[in-house]
Design a protein around this ligand. Structure first.
Ligand code: NAP
Ligand code: MG
Length: 503
């Protein structure tokens, strides 16, 4: 089987012009080459052709960028009002919206995702996120606390708190949703008054570079947002261990999250981690199956399954098991697989040859595990790292495909009978992850009891992985530390100073 190569659509002129430019690092408001002059080639995963060349920074560039961010933290940026910060974040959202088509095409070419998803779920989500945090910039304040330390008389002493920016933030982001991953960190950091050095995934840096360009265009002061594209083991590691960085905001794999923690220990910098997942989707027999089927299919195959929140373990009650599996498999078989710019593509390629190899390794393990291959199971001939959406039925939690994060279009289905809810929840909680999950039923009591028992940061009822800037998002157990989104998402970018006055 091969993808429909003849349908490759050429990007617009603006996008082609952007790609053809020289892409450098953004340090202290200047576009600069890497200290050692290194560059990397950026590949379109749908065609395997090189679409851009980008400067590739290392430890020396991280040093320069951290120094620029530290200088900016105490400079003009520290003096402007919260209203001005709010206005700048809003202007950045407007500028991104004005470049919606360019940002969409860059995201499609860089990552492979289908164009409508890039436009409406990815870039539009980034714009909303900026506007949401533009609102928060003017609502950050401390408290006044009645105190009586050391036996002072009531009314003689007062403590007030101020919320200060945590300082220089090092942001390290993955390739699966490149643009929002940057904005999830940049928006609250700017709202709080922090400065940032970003190390985006080296495979997908293009929309980060566009955002860098737009921060300059809207007048965000030099050095507030710095970008060092580079490899994780080099630039990423240098950022994570840098003494000039006050906080690391990391999104990526659980394995690298643990490395980041160790690297951060040197100066005890603050750390938030958004890591992997293996999220359950639990379908009770009274659920509205017509809603379950598209919900479960999208939950599993959105971004070709390269999605931390993906609902990759479907638990269906025996009474509806066949109906659910047949319905989701029919959708999976009908998905049109092709380059993201092709207007009717439902699924794009995986990010890289290496990722496809990893996912095919899991599929082979699934085939030899005794699970039933319901659909898919094969790679699609190149060019492009395409793979069929794959469903394994009759899986159980002792199988590797059911336990480990695959980060590809592979859904594992398990049946359950009339067991008690605790037994079902135990299955849901039987991986090291706890990121997302969903429960599908019309029984409000069952729904809420299940939600209380599923140990995940985010659980949905009759939908999967709802995303909105106001919904706190993050993982329990080995899915992470801390939360992004919402008011809670601001907290890691702030520190509290308590001042006590005796009079
Ligand atoms: P990854 O390999 O952990 O990489 C994430 C980022 O860390 C990349 O920028 C990477 O650089 C960098 N990195 C790698 N090694 C490093 C090191 N030693 N020190 C510092 N930085 C280092 O993850 P990925 O493969 O890009 O993304 C997939 C993973 O991300 C999945 O596990 C997925 O679940 C998770 N994810 C989680 C969320 C969430 O919100 N919870 C969202 C999206 C993705 P390179 O560019 O060199 O790889
Ligand atoms: Mg990686």
């Amino acid at each position: 089987m091969s993808a429909a190569r003849e349908d490759i659509v050429t990007p617009g002129t603006e996008t082609r012009n952007f790609l053809a430019e020289k892409h450098r690092l953004l340090i202290g408001g200047e576009w600069v080459d890497a200290a050692d002059g290194a560059t990397i080639e950026i590949e379109d995963p749908a065609t395997e052709s090189v679409i851009a060349e980008v400067a590739c920074g290392g430890a020396a560039d991280i040093d320069r960028a951290v120094a620029a961010a530290r200088k900016a933290l105490k400079g003009e940026w520290s003096k402007i009002t919260s209203h001005e910060r709010s206005r700048l974040i809003w202007k950045l959202a407007d500028a991104l919206e004005a470049n919606l088509n360019l940002a969409t095409e860059l995201e499609v070419l860089d990552n492979g995702m289908p164009r409508p998803i890039a436009m409406y779920s990815i870039v539009a989500a980034g714009i909303n996120h900026l506007r949401y945090y533009a609102g928060w910039a003017t609502k950050i304040h401390g408290q006044t606390i009645p105190v009586s330390p050391g036996g002072t008389q009531r009314g003689d002493t007062l403590t007030y708190t101020q919320r200060e920016p945590v300082g220089v933030v090092g942001a390290i982001t993955p390739w699966n949703a490149p643009l929002p991953m940057v904005i999830l960190k940049l928006a609250p950091a700017l709202a709080a008054g922090c400065t940032m050095v970003l190390k985006p995934a080296e495979m997908t840096p293009l929309t980060a570079l566009l955002i860098g360009r737009l921060t300059k265009e809207v007048g965000i002061p030099d050095g507030v947002f710095n970008i060092v594209v580079g490899y994780g083991a080099d630039a990423g590691a240098a950022l994570a261990e840098h003494d000039g960085v006050d906080k690391i905001a990391f999104t990526g794999s659980t394995a690298v999250g643990k490395i980041i923690l160790k690297a951060a220990a040197g100066n005890l910098k603050k750390v938030t981690l958004e890591l992997g997942g293996k999220s359950p989707v639990v379908v009770f027999p009274d659920a509205d199956i017509e809603r379950v089927i598209p919900g479960a299919a999208r939950g599993a195959f959105f971004l070709q399954g390269q999605n931390c929140m993906a609902g990759t373990r479907l638990f269906a009650h025996e009474d509806v098991y066949d109906q659910v599996v047949d319905g989701v498999a029919a959708m999976a078989r009908a998905f049109k697989i092709g380059p993201g710019l092709q207007p009717d593509s439902d699924l794009g390629p995986l990010i890289s040859a290496a990722q496809r190899k990893t996912v095919m390794g899991f599929i082979d393990a699934g085939k030899s595990s005794g699970a039933e291959l319901v659909c898919g199971g094969a790679a699609i001939d190149g060019p492009g790292h395409f793979i069929q959406p794959t469903i394994f039925g009759r899986t159980n939690m002792s199988m590797r495909i059911a336990k480990e994060e695959i980060f590809g279009p592979v859904l594992c289905v398990q049946a359950f009978g009339d067991s008690d809810l605790d037994a079902i929840a135990e299955q849901c909680n039987s991986t090291v992850y706890g990121l997302s999950g969903s429960v599908w039923t019309r029984d409000i009591s069952v729904a809420h009891r299940m939600v209380n028992m599923i140990d995940s940061g985010q659980v949905s009822i009759n939908c999967h992985a709802a995303v909105d800037p106001a919904i706190p998002f993050g993982g329990n157990r080995q899915s992470g530390w801390g939360r992004e989104f919402g008011q809670e998402g601001l907290e890691p970018y702030l520190k509290t100073k308590a001042t006590t006055v005796m009079f």
